[in-house]
Design a protein around this ligand. Structure first.
Ligand code: AMP
Ligand code: MG
Length: 400
């Protein structure tokens, strides 16, 4: 009597319980895009580091309109003026130029008349006009970025402004995809009787890379016990995460489970109350996580999305909260499954302010085209009859 199926939520909980963040490493800023920061980052100094001009114009002492001031020097961005400023003087200044000693304001160039080395001020100027203070953006020692943030363009810019050249980030998980099946052929290879192309390999490698992990090129394993065991053994020795597709059911040619058992991989769960994706297997050997995903391509993508993706996020120090989407309204009725929650591929459309989840064509687990243009998975709870159009459904964005 096989153990009762566990829910999607239970399966995820068990995965996240054993997936611990990997170690950290220091990387140069130009290699840090999309990595997850592993330590808070503080500003090394003030930003801007010195008081500077917000405009092209003249650094002056503030005062009334109609004054004539002698231009005594220039402060360009990167080249401060050597001369200090007296009350009858002005120093030509560009945006970002350092405010010279003695100046209290900047008058924009469109507010002066220039003649024979002098300027005449057309407007009154108040102390502080068009000045940027030191530290207005960042104060020396202030925490600018927090551990756990994903480093996008803005974070990289802020890190450099804060004085960093390298960042401490979580190590990227190394992932090895293994596709089992005597019937599988490489892309473009002519097909013999009973053969199909291995569509799982490129999908899982692409999805792995999209999660920030390093995918070793997917390998194919024949449906043979010794070869399955040898392939798994070498993957277990080199990867942080092993993903094996197919061969996890109970057919006479499904060698994955016994091979994993012999290799000392401990089962955490097998089989989830999920359609598609019921025969999903998960286990571990030490810190190495092993996912046995169903062979059908749609099942493989759905279970990667639901189970492997949050694990890869956690290994990189993230929570999986960024995967959640707001609820939507189902766009067409879907027949419920009495025993398993369904993850239906949907297109998301906005109709009069409501997010509508439209089932994306036939939902068979072998229908790869149901993934084309699909934005998300909509979850249909177990039950009898149909979940009618208009019912609220939970969503999760599909990775690309
Ligand atoms: P299995 O779980 O090995 O019984 O495979 C279930 C179904 O998925 C079978 O129809 C397989 O031919 C198909 N399948 C298994 N692996 C792949 C793959 N890598 N690419 C495409 N289809 C696959
Ligand atoms: Mg198979």
């Amino acid at each position: 009597m096989p153990a009762a199926l566990i829910t999607i939520a239970e399966a995820r909980e068990r995965i996240l319980r054993v997936a611990d963040p990997l170690g950290t490493e220091r990387v140069a800023i130009d290699e840090a895009h999309d990595r997850v920061l592993a330590a808070d980052l503080t500003a090394v100094g003030n930003v801007p580091p010195f008081p500077c001009s917000a405009m092209d114009g003249y650094a002056i002492v503030h005062g009334h309109a109609g004054r004539t001031l002698t231009v005594v020097g220039e402060s360009r961005a990167g080249m401060p003026s050597a001369t200090a400023l007296g009350s009858g003087g002005a120093i030509r200044i560009s945006t970002g130029g350092a405010i010279p000693a003695g100046a209290t304001a900047v008058i924009p160039q469109e507010n002066v008349e220039v003649r024979d080395g002098t300027i005449r001020t057309r407007v009154a100027v108040t102390a502080g006009d068009h000045l940027r203070g030191a530290g207005e953006d960042m104060r020396s020692g202030e925490t600018i970025l927090r551990a756990g943030m994903t480093l996008g363009a803005a974070e990289l810019g802020a890190a450099v402004s804060a004085g960093a050249a390298e960042l401490t980030v979580y190590r990227r998980p190394r992932v090895q995809v293994l596709c089992t099946g005597d019937e599988l052929r490489a892309p473009g290879e002519p097909l013999g009787p009973g053969e199909i192309h291995n569509s799982n390999a490129p999908m899982l490698d692409a999805l792995t890379a999209a999660e920030g992990a390093i995918a070793g090129a997917a390998r194919r394993l024949p449906d043979d016990r010794a070869a399955t065991e040898a392939g798994l053994a070498s993957a277990l020795d080199t990867a942080d995460v092993v993903i094996v597709t197919g061969g996890v059911s109970v057919g006479p040619h499904d060698h994955v489970k016994p091979a994993l058992a012999d290799l000392g991989v401990e089962e955490v769960f097998w089989r989830v109350a999920l359609q598609p994706g019921k025969p999903t297997w998960f286990g571990r050997r030490g810190a190495v996580l092993v996912f046995g995903l169903p062979g059908n391509p749609v099942s493989a993508v759905v279970t990667f999305s639901l189970f492997v993706r949050p694990a890869l996020a956690k290994l990189q120090g993230q929570t999986a909260e960024h995967l959640l989407e707001p609820e939507a309204v189902l766009g067409a009725a879907v027949r419920r499954n009495p025993d398993r929650e369904q993850a239906v591929r949907v297109r998301l459309e906005r109709r009069e302010g409501t997010l509508v989840a439209m089932p994306n064509g036939p939902q068979g687990s072998h229908i790869v085209t149901s993934l084309l243009g699909a934005d998300a998975l909509a979850f249909i709870p177990t039950g009898e009859g149909e979940l009618e159009a208009g019912a609220a459904v939970a969503l999760e964005r599909l990775p690309r």
